[in-house]
Design a binder for this molecule. Structure first.
Ligand code: GLU
Length: 418
């Protein structure tokens, strides 16, 4: 994983898209370059009295279509190239869902699992102080991502408001509902993915009530995906994993109870401790004989090495960047229906956008309103990608690129950038 540079993957994906759309070299050059990047050092007092200096980034990739938007990750392996790639994918994601937003992403190199609540709060506030002048409700609006939570969003919003000298709820999304968060935001990424899976199953003729599922990763996206796929469709979970390992259920007919797995993870830190399961490796999980595979953790887990062995009929990418371009080609040739990341996981940013709208209006929608609007957006985006993939005879990721990039290019041209 460590030797795969996600920003190089982005460059390859853009080149391929430029070829399909016949884009000129100037446009392609802009699309391949982040608009603005911030590298910051964050001095944080640790509980033992020592001072640590953390490294952080905020990359604003392209704002042709509007205010930039994208989460902040707290991850020990964070690199600026990963943040660049994720910021590019946010640009395509917002465009594909037809949101009036550009793309950005933030990251801090740290291991939240080894930090106390107080240390995390001080780090979160230090990050906001460092990027204060470059974010804002009308400039760039962060959100949660890997290992960042509504609680962290609340601290960040508070720090920004203190510096601004007035409440600024709209500076960040994914906040707790009682301080300006949107109902339906906490499971929005997974729920949006469910709408895409529902449409994908129809298009390939898969009966979801009999479908079997493996979920890779058990954070916010993975847990809610496992819960919702069984709740909404009656599909059966056969295997789960997290960073500590993977488990498979011994009796396939019974399946795994997603709630029990969640509680086990809360109590013991890993789904691996769930009683009555057979331990397997994370690689075995990806290659398991299931109908639907849901990568819901980090990037570059499906590569040319394991792609030939993947048996799932649908891969629903809730993670960002889980599949390398080489693996994409193999999966396409093998007839695997991939719902690409910036389509499949766009529910998160879509409800974040709803949160921004509600904050601007100082109004709040019901959970039903949020879900209906999300369903409408995800369903429309899925079908536009599917139709494009059939029309151009290209894989679903390239089709998503075509639809997303052409709108960004149109905005750049209308604004006179090229
Ligand atoms: N971090 C999420 C993503 O990758 C959500 C971004 C947002 O809500 O702005 O899409």
């Amino acid at each position: 994983m460590a030797d795969i540079n996600p920003f190089e993957i982005v460059q390859k994906q853009i080149d391929k898209c430029a070829e399909i759309l016949n884009l000129n070299a100037d446009i392609t050059r802009i699309l391949k370059t982040p608009m603005r990047e911030l590298h910051v050092s964050l001095p944080v007092r640790m509980d033992d009295g020592s001072l640590k200096v953390f490294q952080g980034f905020r990359v604003q990739y392209n704002d042709a279509k509007g205010i930039t938007k994208g989460g902040i990750r707290f991850h020990p392996d964070e690199t600026v190239d990963t943040v660049r790639a994720l910021a590019a994918w946010m640009t395509w994601k917002c465009s594909l869902l037809d949101l009036p937003l550009g793309g950005a992403k933030g990251g801090v190199v740290c291991n939240p699992k080894e930090m106390s609540v107080g240390e995390l709060e001080r780090l979160s506030r230090a990050y906001v102080r460092a990027v204060f002048q470059f974010i804002g409700p009308e400039r760039d609006v962060p959100a949660p991502d890997v290992y960042t939570t509504p609680e962290i969003m609340a601290w960040m919003m508070d720090e920004y408001s203190v510096i601004a000298g007035k409440p600024q709820f709209g500076v960040i999304t994914g906040k707790p509902v009682s301080i300006g968060g949107s109902k339906g935001r906490s499971d929005a990424t997974a729920r949006g993915g469910m709408y895409a899976i529902r449409e994908a199953a129809k298009s390939i003729g898969l009966d979801l009530s009999k479908a079997t599922v493996a979920v890779e990763g058990y954070g916010n996206a993975g847990y809610h995906a496992a819960r919702l796929i069984s709740e909404l469709f009656g599909a059966r979970i056969l295997a789960l994993c997290d960073s500590k390992g993977a488990v498979c259920c011994k009796v396939a007919e019974e399946g795994i109870d997603p709630q029990a797995a969640y509680e086990c993870k809360l109590a013991t830190t890993s789904v691996c401790n769930l009683p009555g399961m057979e331990p397997i490796s994370n690689d075995e999980l990806l290659e398991l004989d299931v109908d639907i595979l849901i990568p819901a953790a980090i990037e570059s887990v499906i590569t040319e090495k394991n792609a030939p062995n993947i048996k799932a009929r649908i891969i629903a990418e809730l993670a960002n960047g889980p599949t390398t371009p080489e693996a994409d080609d193999i999966l396409y040739n093998n007839g695997v229906h991939v719902i690409p990341d910036f389509l499949c996981n766009a529910g998160g940013v879509t409800v974040s956008y709803f949160e921004m709208v509600q904050n601007f209006y100082m109004y709040s929608w019901t959970e039903t309103e949020v879900r209906e609007r999300l369903d409408e957006k995800m369903t429309a985006a899925y079908h536009s990608v599917l139709n494009t993939s059939r029309e151009y005879k290209i894989n679903m990721r390239q089709a998503a690129y075509v639809r997303a990039v052409e709108r960004v290019v149109e905005a750049m041209e209308l604004r006179g950038w090229v």
